[in-house]
Design a protein around this ligand. Structure first.
Ligand code: NAD
Length: 295
């Protein structure tokens, strides 16, 4: 069994990007600039945004963090997004989800200029991705593909079972894995909360992608010997022995599943860091005027 080390791979991607940014600067070109919007005080969202902003600084990008109370009106938030859309110094815009209930997430996403939509959630980018055109690909699925590519994992002809059909993870991963690309060319089964024979399907999988949001949902008896397991889940479980009061658990019961796998991502340190690396790649492409990456 080999661990797919997201920290290591994202570190390598960040190093490459740092060199490219240094080149841009040396040529007198624009420094990539990411704007992040955080609404409210959700602990997990704060952590994610802080890592994204910190990673920008590490590789020489500029970043701007706009923080708002969760009482912000929808109109006020949309006005701020429009200002970022019009600001030529801003290359990428990300709005950390989830948003408070009184704000229409779809409207917010649709307001972001698609050429600055480095999270890849705007329908224009989703449509292009589905059509196989250059587009900003949502960071978590893109990060998973970069991880498979880095380890040279041959996915061609493999049966991938994706559990979860969210717009940000499960659905785009299923599309990317099924495309005629490398990695890609999988036969994909997309499972969700109404799937009846989940265990049976998982046992047929050469690749399992778990994006459910339920701690340790995928157990050892659901995974066939030699499978590749990608655990997207980040769940906080109460743990009095930790200073933070919680520990992180994936959607996969690691201790049971890992011994059966050929490759597996840990939580933390697997898909999480790859998501940030992918976001930074998207931001670089936005800054150099490439409307999305080519894969
Ligand atoms: P979501 O709640 O939007 O979607 C969960 C999906 O799981 C749904 O499509 C649902 O149909 C499916 N599901 C729920 N119960 C099921 C069951 N019993 N059987 C089969 N399918 C079931 O979640 P999401 O936003 O896709 O996130 C999933 C997990 O990934 C969460 O833990 C989230 O924190 C994590 N996540 C991690 C990253 C990262 O960077 N590592 C990024 C995004 C999300």
């Amino acid at each position: 069994m080999q661990i797919l080390d997201g920290k290591l791979v994202s570190g390598a991607i960040k190093e490459q990007l740092a060199l490219k940014v240094a080149e841009l600067k040396a040529q007198g070109k624009k420094t990539p600039h990411l704007a992040a919007i955080l609404v409210g005080n959700n602990g997990a969202s704060e952590t994610y945004v802080a890592s994204k902003v910190k990673s920008c600084a590490e590789i020489g990008y500029n970043s701007t963090l706009l923080r708002f109370e969760d009482t912000i009106s929808e109109k006020h938030l949309l006005d701020h997004i429009n200002m970022l859309n019009e600001n030529p110094d801003i290359d990428g815009i990300l709005v950390q989800l989830p948003l408070p209930k009184h704000i229409n997430e779809e409207l917010v996403i649709n307001t972001i200029d698609p050429s600055k939509d480095v999270d890849g959630f705007h329908p224009m980018n989703v449509g292009k991705m589905v059509s196989g055109l250059p587009a900003f690909i949502p960071a978590t699925p893109y990060g998973i593909m970069l991880m498979l590519e880095h380890y040279g994992i041959d996915t061609k002809g493999k049966h991938a079972v994706v559990i979860g059909r969210s717009h940000i993870v499960g659905t785009p991963v299923s599309i990317l894995l099924s495309r005629n690309t490398n990695p890609g060319n999988c036969t994909v089964t997309l499972c969700h909360s109404h799937t009846k024979n989940l265990k049976e399907l998982c046992l047929q999988a050469d690749i399992v992608v778990a994006a459910i949001g339920r701690p340790e949902f995928v157990t050892g008896d659901m995974v066939k010997e030699g499978a590749i397991v990608i655990d997207v889940g980040i769940n906080r479980l109460p743990d009095a022995s930790k200073k933070s009061g919680f520990r992180l658990a994936g959607d996969v019961k690691f201790d049971e599943v890992a011994p059966r796998c050929s490759y597996i991502t840990p939580v933390p340190g697997g898909v999480g860091p790859m998501t940030i690396a992918a976001l930074l790649k998207n931001t670089y492409h936005a800054a150099i005027g490439q409307k999305g990456n080519q894969n």
